[in-house]
Design a protein around this ligand. Structure first.
Ligand code: MSP
Length: 652
């Protein structure tokens, strides 16, 4: 009987477009699913979108849209991106779907009927970005949110509560007696640390007067369900809980949740206690990975350093981007993203080691054996060594996948590739050919080709398209790694039939050549046009003169109202402006004092770059930049045609 492997990603908020963090978790789930399928498991991979709650309601309001219409539009960005990234999810759940809402209501009603949900008055501190309540003692100094360090607001209201506190002792015991339930182990310790304080009950409602965008409580029409309580249920509503018992039992018995470290408590405290109250077994594991940092900094929209996965795909190609992400992050830890470190990794692992190895093997086979894989003779020590190392990388990868150490599995495979390159140097096939030692040459080339068969098979889940091409060049029939006993066949040394025709075509991984300093490229926001260059030279050049719509989309242009304006002391040219962006006020400093008096400016609706990194100009804080046109001695501010217009509206 095959194992059932069910993997989930967090469901993503549809308040914004997907970024590299979302892409990473989804890609990781895809890679894990493909590996498990190759190992013979029955697999189910779920991802989706979290569409209720304040964040989404706010995003819709800002766009003057109905929340569902906003969700319908935004969800496509996720679905399209997953397609482009070669993600093969088995299902995509949206929390606004009937199939989900009806299960949430059923669970709420059941817990309410069993006295596990009750109504009470509540005083709390609410953090809008985190969508979470905190008690006074949870807050940081100055009343700041303990999760995101932003300001919270105090609220007193009647709400419904889930009796989470009932399960504290049980949960502590469960975590302690189930190593591997929360991974990595230090995240289990973090959760146990959290559980050292008394666990309160969980507020699971929001009064409609404050937030209307949510699932209405079946027992009180004046309230909607708290977004996290609603969202977590997706993991069971999507696989038939309450509607298809057989399907549900099958997948739930092999459930593995992938999450980012920031959503640990909701998954390792709220969710297990909810499941316990529903009398359901726990998932097999909850794995929290670290964060992708932009260099050393946290990625954030306000800092303007969020990496757009589309750009990376255009530069590296989908599969190489998948490879770099999987190879660069040590699962559990934070990882640093810089374009140059990815280019380095691409050039050394893929262009040099893997790509060159294949091209050498194919070219030599064409040159000396008319393009047909030769039959090997007797194996000598170096052949046996390489064969054994290649075969050993299969269980190594299996254990890396089972233990969530994909980067190590990949490293093991790349070690084999590097060993194969050294083997070539050592056995020197070109010398063997010169000496006319064709029997020995045949063994060397066969050993190399078999090694490449194993290597490419192991990398198929990471780079499905490129490794398919790779294997076609070796003359291997198209195999679907996800089906049948792929791993078993992979481990059979000698699978490649002598006489198989190889194919020599273009380089699989053309080198990426950096034509200009990265800093300049970044500053100019310019992007690569790899395809055109690739054709010419077999290399991909970074640095073209145009930007794509995706690049442009990185810049947030907004209308802003000038509330106050004054001169900056000691700087004749500068004015300090207080502007409103609808939901927030900011200060910007601009060199327009020669052209406008402060009085002229107040009340004007202008256009600003809202996501420009904050800076100090002559010691004065400036966050944003206004747009203006200048000719000779005249400067005019960019405004919206037709005068009166609200502030905080996106321009584009
Ligand atoms: N909607 C909730 C999850 C509900 S699951 C029942 C949510 N959504 S999210 O869109 O804000 O974030 C989804 C995931 O993206 C989280 O796991 C988060 O850790 C991850 N990431 C966000 N930024 C990230 C990086 N910079 N790097 C890696 N992952 C990060 O939370």
């Amino acid at each position: 009987m095959p194992n059932n492997y069910y993997v989930t990603t967090p469901i993503y908020y549809v308040n914004d477009k997907p970024h590299i963090g979302h892409s990473y978790t989804t890609m990781l789930a895809d890679v894990l699913t493909r590996f498990h399928a190759a190992m013979g498991d029955d697999t189910f991979f779920l991802t989706g979108t979290d569409e209720h709650g304040q964040k989404v309601q706010k995003a819709a309001e800002q766009r003057h849209m109905d929340p569902l219409a906003h969700c319908n539009e935004t969800v496509i960005r996720f679905q399209e991106l997953w397609k482009r990234l070669g993600i093969h999810n088995s299902d995509f759940i949206r929390t606004t779907q009937e199939r989900h809402k009806k299960i949430v209501c059923r669970i709420l009603q059941d817990l309410f009927d069993r006295g596990l949900i009750y109504k009470a008055e509540y005083t709390g501190h609410y953090c809008i970005p985190c969508e979470r309540y905190f008690t006074e003692k949870d807050l940081l100094e100055g009343g700041l949110c303990p999760e995101c360090r932003r300001a919270t607001s105090k609220l007193i209201e009647s709400n419904y509560f889930f009796k989470m506190s009932l399960y504290q002792d049980w949960l502590v015991d469960y975590i302690k007696t189930h190593p591997g339930f929360i991974q990595p182990e230090y995240r289990a310790n973090e959760t146990l640390g959290f559980l050292r304080k008394p666990l309160g009950d969980l507020c699971i409602s929001r009064p409609k007067s404050r937030l209307s965008w949510g699932i209405e409580l079946p027992f009180d029409k004046d309230y909607v369900c708290y977004v996290w309580f609603d969202a977590l249920i997706n993991y069971i509503s999507a696989i038939g809980y309450g509607t298809d018992e057989e399907k549900f039992r099958k997948w739930w018995s092999g459930a593995h949740h992938l999450i980012g470290k920031d959503i640990l408590t909701t998954h390792t405290v709220y969710w297990p206690t909810m499941l316990k109250a529903m009398d359901l077994p726990m998932p097999k594991s909850i794995f929290a990975h670290g964060w992708w940092l932009s260099g050393q900094d946290k990625m954030s929209k306000s800092l303007g350093n969020v990496v757009n996965p589309m750009d990376m795909m255009n530069l590296f190609g989908v599969d190489a981007f998948r490879y770099c992400l999987m190879a660069e992050m040590v699962l559990g830890n934070d990882a640093s993203f810089t374009q140059s470190s990815f280019i380095k990794r691409y050039n050394s692992d893929l262009a040099n080691d893997l790509g060159n190895m294949l091209s050498r093997a194919v070219k030599l086979t064409i040159k000396y054996f008319e393009g047909r894989i030769p039959a090997p003779g007797g194996y000598e020590a170096p052949d046996r060594e390489l064969r054994d190392q290649a075969l050993a990388s299969i269980p190594l990868m299996r254990s890396a996948v089972e233990n969530m150490k994909i980067d190590r599995g990949i490293d093991g495979v790349m070690n084999v590739v590097r060993a194969a390159n050294r083997y070539m140097e050592k056995t020197a096939p070109w010398t063997l050919a010169k000496e006319g030692n064709m029997a020995r040459l045949a063994t060397v080339l066969y050993t190399t080709a078999e090694t490449l068969r194993i290597v490419s098979g192991l990398l198929l889940p990471v780079m499905p398209c490129k490794m398919k091409e790779f294997r076609m060049k070796l003359g291997l029939p198209e195999e679907i790694a996800e089906k049948s006993d792929f791993a078993g066949r992979l481990a059979k040394w000698g699978t490649l039939e002598p006489g198989t025709q190889v194919q020599d075509t273009d380089a699989l991984f053309p080198r990426i050549v950096i034509e200009e300093p990265m800093a300049q490229l970044k500053a100019e926001g310019r992007k690569a046009n790899p395809k055109a260059e690739e054709k010419k030279s077999g290399t991909v050049a970074v640095g073209a003169e145009t930007v794509t719509i995706d690049d442009f989309a990185k810049i947030s242009l907004k209308t802003a109202k000038i509330l106050e304006a004054e001169k900056v002391e000691g700087a004749d040219k500068l004015l300090k402006l207080k502007i409103s962006l609808g939901t927030e006020t900011r200060q910007i400093v601009s060199g327009i004092a020669k052209y406008y008096t402060p009085e002229e400016l107040v009340g004007k609706i202008i256009i600003v770059v809202a996501n420009l990194k904050p800076a100090k100009i002559r010691g004065v804080e400036s966050f944003g930049m206004l747009l203006a046109a200048k000719t000779g001695d005249t400067l005019k501010l960019a405004t919206i045609d037709g005068g009166e217009f609200p502030d905080g509206i996106a321009v584009g």
